[in-house]
Write a protein that binds this ligand. Structure first.
Ligand SMILES: Cc1cc2nc3c(=O)[nH]c(=O)nc-3n(C[C@H](O)[C@H](O)[C@H](O)COP(=O)(O)OP(=O)(O)OC[C@H]3O[C@@H](n4cnc5c(N)ncnc54)[C@H](O)[C@@H]3O)c2cc1C
Length: 460
């Protein structure tokens, strides 16, 4: 096989990957269990004599676990490269979403338990107690503000609210999560009797906050700015690919330092007057080189429509690369690449970069109109050169509800008819979310195991 890097395949690689994922998950569990264990060892359940003392214990336990979950949530969406390399952005985001509800209920529980406990002890009603707390107790005003912001962030995550917000409004609301954690920190260290109870407890929490904060600061902010600034990234060429997509070539110095691989994506920020404030995820659409990175961008909304007119010379900031939709996730010799619509850019790049001898790699391009399909000519060219098998399935979605087959055959039958090795292949799928889900279902019907289905969802 011809490849710049030696290609490792086989079940051992899969096992190593699973172990890394399990190790990461275990670190998360250990963090949560450690907070509870320290609480109990420090006598968290000692002296429970009356209702206020029970409420107080509950308030402290919910606060410790809730805050640990909040820190884990921030880390999971901070686009930290070492997390991304192990699980990929979409799985990290999924885990972040799953932790959201427990963290929210625990922090609300902490608020309710402590308020009630204090109110009973002070002989006030809860409203009077709340007023007294925020006006008289140092750091409780910011802590209450933190809870209010948290409610706002959680509301913006509900499906029905989220579907009504554009990405930028949702994103800005979500950035408030940093304020949620930031505003809660002073009261945790000044009032959290458990946190300051022992040197171990204090060291543990200080480490957690510093570790999360530094990861976010370095990887989310400083490194992208440094890499982009020192590479002098600019748009060097723009090329129309189809009636509604263009390729933007970004040139610069020593781009290898980004360490990008085919199949990965960057958060791209074009520094024009209309676009500088929004970063959008786009996949690399050709094998990255030291001098040029290329993105192929479909006209899908406000931002991407403006990008269709980005002038040559525009400065660019890149954050990334992200994603495990790469050769590194491959464990089998046979590979089937399936790209649909504007999901084709990473598939095109993988077709070029994947190691293989003729016949190892097959490609299915699902497109509405073969005559107006981005990157199809290049895919044909690469396939001819490298001996890939390319099938173009064009036309709108069949009336029979299938995503591929227009005949009485099922999608599974049609797919395995075209690609007999599919069940023993690694399959990479990129396209709109509903179509990706339909393709995954077909693959499962054909017996392709979850570990061999790799997807990059264009969703947030
Ligand atoms: C990992 C990944 C890789 C992608 N790669 C490509 C690519 O190579 N080529 C390409 O054309 N498109 C790609 N996309 C989709 C692209 O990011 C969105 O189409 C683009 O951000 C839309 O921005 P807009 O302002 O034009 O759209 P809007 O008018 O804001 O919305 C149009 C649609 O795009 C979605 N969208 C908006 N902003 C984002 C965002 N920041 N992240 C994800 N979805 C968003 C909205 O939910 C909506 O469905 C990718 C998306 C992801 C998540």
């Amino acid at each position: 096989m011809k490849s710049a890097e030696p290609l490792v395949l086989g079940p051992k690689k899969l096992l190593r990957r699973q172990r890394r994922v399990e190790l990461l998950q275990s670190l998360g569990y250990v963090t949560v269990v450690a907070t509870l264990a320290m609480f109990l060892l420090d006598g968290g359940l000692a002296n429970l004599s009356d209702l206020p003392s029970w409420l107080d214990a509950l308030s402290r336990a919910t606060s410790l676990v809730g805050n640990a979950l909040l820190i884990l949530m921030l880390l999971l969406t901070a686009r930290v490269p070492w997390i991304d390399r192990i699980v990929g952005q979409d799985r990290a985001t999924e885990a972040h979403k799953q932790l959201g509800k427990p963290a929210f209920y625990l922090i609300l529980g902490h608020f309710a338990f402590s308020l009630t406990s204090w109110a009973i002890s002070d002989g006030r009603n809860v409203l009077a107690e709340l007023w007294w707390m925020v006006t008289s107790v140092t750091d409780l005003l910011t802590a209450t503000l933190s809870i209010l912001l948290m409610v706002l962030v959680v509301l913006s995550s509900f499906r029905f609210v989220r579907s009504r917000l554009n990405y930028e409004s949702w994103f800005i609301t979500h950035l408030l999560s940093y304020a949620v954690v930031g505003f809660s920190i002073p009261h945790i260290f000044s009032m959290g009797s458990d946190v300051v109870a022992s040197i171990w407890h204090l060291a543990f929490w200080t480490f957690l906050y510093l570790f999360a904060g530094l990861n976010i600061l370095v990887f989310r902010l400083l490194l992208p700015i440094w890499n982009s600034a020192t590479s002098s990234l600019r748009v060097v060429m723009v090329k129309r690919e189809s009636s509604d997509s263009i390729s933007i070539y970004i040139g610069g110095r020593k781009l290898n330092k980004f360490g990008a691989h085919a199949g990965q994506f960057f958060q791209v920020r074009f520094l024009t007057k209309d676009l500088w404030f929004q970063a959008h995820p786009f996949s690399i659409s050709s094998k990255p080189t030291d001098k040029v990175l290329r993105f192929t961008i479909g006209d899908r909304g406000d931002g991407s429509s403006l990008m269709q007119k980005v002038p040559v010379g525009t400065r660019v900031l890149l954050e990334g690369p992200y994603g495990v939709f790469t050769q590194h996730s491959r464990t089998r010799r046979n590979v089937l690449l399936i790209g649909a619509g504007i999901g084709i850019p990473p598939i095109r790049a993988l077709a070029e970069e994947l190691a293989g001898t003729p016949g190892d790699v097959s490609i299915l391009y699902r497109t509405r109109d073969e005559e107006d399909s981005a990157l199809l000519t290049e895919l044909r060219d690469i396939s001819r050169r490298r001996g890939h098998r390319l099938l173009v399935a064009s036309g709108s979605r069949p009336a029979n509800g299938n995503w591929l087959s227009r005949t009485a055959l099922s999608d599974a039958q049609t797919l395995s008819g075209h690609f007999p090795h599919v069940a023993s292949s690694d399959v990479y799928v990129c396209g709109p979310q509903p179509l990706t889900e339909a393709i995954e279902k077909t693959l499962r019907e054909l017996g392709v195991a979850e570990d061999h289905i790799h997807t990059e969802e264009y969703a947030w």
